[in-house]
Design a protein around this ligand. Structure first.
Ligand SMILES: NC(=O)C1=CN([C@@H]2O[C@H](COP(=O)(O)OP(=O)(O)OC[C@H]3O[C@@H](n4cnc5c(N)ncnc54)[C@H](O)[C@@H]3O)[C@@H](O)[C@H]2O)C=CC1
Ligand SMILES: O=C([O-])CC(=O)C(=O)O
Length: 327
């Protein structure tokens, strides 16, 4: 029998968790032949709700679900994890400044980085969905000195998927006819969805649309989609965020198709002039659980300004984290 994969998921009783767990348990991430062991972390106040979710997992009778472990202790839950999906974070509430959010969540990701460093499996990969995702991932990475920095990534796949959907609708094509989409930067309103390298059935996407659509419609729609969902649904995106979390982990572990790439926020090595050490979204190819930034793309002035603006925001977040003494 195939050895089960141990997947730790934080914030498992939350909105995203409620979509994520059931899909992973049904084989959406590792395929139909690999059993999974779910290790679910919550805060004490949400443990009862988590027990309810675990009862529903039982009731699905998923053949691939080997075991479910619940807990509120990070070191216990991360023990032996091959994949850690860090979803749980305190959402911003009324009157909270970005700095307050970084303060509250910074403490969570400091503790979880340390716990992963101690007890995760040798081959662990860590995907951060909880916001502010890029900087949370940087904090966890900086608190896990024994885990290679390349094992951490923050989620910009939802933005990538949103960009595919918008471009497909505009050009009346199918999402699977589009390749080489890129999200640069932070998972925030400063992100830069870039279609200058994207192709639709091999043709340049930018040549199929008007520049004013890119600037006045496409970019703001993708960058502000999170707020639009909150406005419409009264709650932030959950099923789409869970779906993107799975897409990102699956492609990271199982590879990108020849000729295409995906967007992942990963630690910058200075590529494209982005300051080293920032967790910045780049176009990446993946193979056997490793990613590589796609190099030598031509960057026009329009793109350059937007890429730099998002890097500046991430540098400011890093400064705030340093002021708070977190990482
Ligand atoms: N990167 C992305 O594309 C997206 C990120 N998000 C972010 O994902 C996060 C989760 O979103 P939802 O599931 O909707 O929120 P939610 O509030 O429904 O659930 C979050 C869960 O995390 C738990 N939690 C809080 N602190 C924890 C800790 N220290 N350890 C373990 N669990 C903890 C809470 O008890 C709660 O059950 C939020 O930060 C949200 O902003 C949401 C959508 C997209
Ligand atoms: O905007 C939010 O609060 C949730 C989020 O990250 C998204 O939907 O992209």
């Amino acid at each position: 029998m195939t050895t089960p994969v141990k997947i730790a998921i934080t914030g498992a009783a939350g909105q995203i968790g409620y979509s994520l767990l059931f899909r992973i348990a049904s084989g959406a991430l590792f395929g139909p032949d690999v059993p999974v062991q779910l290790r679910l972390l919550e805060i004490p106040a949400s443990m009862q709700a988590l027990e309810g979710v675990a009862m529903e997992l039982d009731d699905c009778a998923f053949p691939l679900l080997d075991s479910v472990e619940l807990g509120d202790n990070a070191e216990h839950i991360f023990n032996g994890a091959n994949l850690a999906l860090l979803v749980g974070a305190r959402p911003r509430s009324k009157g909270m400044e970005r700095k307050d959010l970084l303060d509250a969540n910074g403490a969570i990701f400091t503790e979880q980085g340390k716990a992963l460093n101690k007890v995760a499996a040798e081959d662990v990969r860590i995907g951060v969905t909880g916001n502010p995702a890029n900087t949370n991932a940087m904090i966890a990475m900086n608190n896990a000195p024994d885990i290679p920095a390349e094992r951490f990534s923050a989620l910009t796949r939802l933005d990538h998927n949103r960009a595919l959907a918008q471009l497909a609708r505009k050009t009346q094509s199918r999402v699977d006819e589009i390749t080489n989409m890129t999200i640069w930067g932070n998972h925030s309103a400063t992100q830069y969805p870039d279609i200058y390298h994207a192709k639709i059935n091999g043709h340049s996407a930018a040549e199929l649309v008007e520049q004013h659509w890119i600037e006045d419609d496409f970019i703001p729609t993708v960058a502000q989609r999170g707020s639009a969902i909150i406005e419409a649904r009264g709650a932030s995106s959950a099923a789409s965020a869970a779906s993107a979390t799975i897409d990102a982990a699956r492609d990271w572990l199982h590879g990108t198709p020849e000729g295409d790439w995906v967007s992942m926020a990963v630690v910058s090595d200075g590529s494209y002039g982005i300051p080293e050490g920032l967790m910045y979204s780049f176009p990446v190819t993946t193979q056997d659980g490793n990613w590589q930034i796609v190099h030598d793309l031509e960057i026009n002035d329009f793109s350059r300004a937007k890429m730099d603006a998002s890097a500046t925001e991430l540098s400011e977040e890093r400064d705030t984290v340093t002021e708070l003494g977190l990482a």
